[in-house]
Design a protein around this ligand. Structure first.
Ligand code: EPU
Length: 331
């Protein structure tokens, strides 16, 4: 049995039997042809959205180290780029901002890698990565290449076709993006506009800096305090349910989704239950943002699961709403 340490931003000690890292599609195809990709396997990005429930993963962990940002087409108004799944997401955002390409800046500082961004449909401050993706290139565990156009990816809030259990055998190798060369900002979420109010002019680097500042003020640095960003997704409820909650909690924040549904911030509900800043064992609800669970030092995966269950239970009893983890639990 091997003894490979698996990186994860929760800072949990996890080992796997085998770790296969590859720097090209050909190398991955070689591993497959040699029979090295045995069931069970787990494909990871930067480990920023994973909760290992045990200290050992008895299988093969695959990790893409495919790098590179290549322009595939461009004109005066837009640019198309093909990016290796193993590029660090925020390095790609920084590259776009540096080149003067608009679209990715609101997604600054999200941890993780480009391949996982397309699986998870990462999002922040009014932008989701699906808005930028044109297609996703994959190799399946039998070595077959398959390209999924954006419309085939079934993108939804923090969801895609690649999260379905039967799709875990497709490994993302490259993601293709379209960015704009024309000035376009999305500044309507939260306090972005307020933060920019005194700036003489709004520029791409300034928007990136502002997003980074907002994130750093609310979200813990995984190097200092293990976490996986938002632990739960924000639940979407019917208008009837929202109306009845609003009657009881007139200051409740919410986002209208469409004529039937409204999104309620789970962080706000968790704060109302009194869990914000509280610990259970070595796991805690982050003191500045209740949607984030943190590892206080030596937490085990089981302790984080226990805390998440206690939080879900109390939100359900107080609000009659089930909240669900955004983080992927690994058995
Ligand atoms: N809120 C509270 N108390 C809290 C946390 C939030 O009252 O402890 C309230 C805020 O005051 C605000 C509302 O809830 O009115 C929403 O809070 P915030 O803007 O911080 O965003 P969020 O809904 O908690 C989502 C994403 C984040 C993303 C931010 C900004 C999900 C699951 N999370 O969080 O994404 O950065 O919006 O766009 O949708 C992630 O996915 O890991 C992540 C960090």
């Amino acid at each position: 049995m091997g003894n490979c340490v698996i990186k994860n931003t929760f800072g949990l000690k996890v080992e796997a039997a085998h770790l296969l890292e590859y720097t090209s599609e050909e190398e991955l195809e070689g591993f497959i042809a040699e029979g090295k990709v045995k069931v069970p396997f787990l494909h990871v990005g930067g480990g920023s959205n994973l909760l290992f429930m045990h200290e050992r993963y008895d299988g093969t962990v695959l990790h893409s180290q495919i790098k590179g940002i290549q322009v595939t087409a461009e004109d005066d108004s837009e640019v198309f780029v093909r990016v290796g799944a193993g590029e660090v997401w925020d390095d790609f955002v920084a590259y776009c901002v540096h080149r003067g390409w608009y679209g990715a800046e609101n997604l600054s500082l999200i941890p993780g890698e480009v391949g996982a961004s397309a699986v998870q449909n990462i999002g922040a401050y009014g932008v989701e990565v699906k808005d930028l993706i044109t297609s996703v290139e994959t190799v399946d565990y039998k070595g077959q290449k398959r390209v999924f156009q954006n419309a085939e990816c079934a993108y939804a809030y923090r969801n895609s076709i690649f999260k379905r259990p039967e799709m875990k055998s497709y490994f993302v190798t490259y993601v293709n993006f379209r960015l704009s060369k024309l000035v376009q900002f999305k500044l309507d979420y939260g306090t972005i506009r307020k933060e920019l109010a005194d700036a003489p002019s709004v520029t791409l680097p300034l928007v990136r800096q502002t997003i980074i500042k907002i994130r750093q003020s609310k979200l813990p640095d995984p190097q200092l305090l293990g976490n996986a960003g938002s632990f739960f997704t924000n639940p979407i409820v019917s208008r009837e349910k929202w109306q009845s909650l609003l009657a009881q909690y007139p200051n409740m924040p919410y986002y209208e989704i469409d004529e039937q549904s409204v999104k309620i911030p789970a962080g706000w509900m968790i704060e109302q239950t009194g869990w914000k800043g509280k610990a259970l064992g070595n796991a805690a609800v982050y003191e500045k943002q209740a949607l984030i669970l943190v590892n206080l030092g030596n937490a085990t995966g089981a302790e984080i699961v226990a805390l998440s269950e206690a939080v879900c239970h109390d939100v359900a009893s107080q609000f009659g709403i089930e909240i669900h983890p955004e983080v992927n639990f690994i058995e």
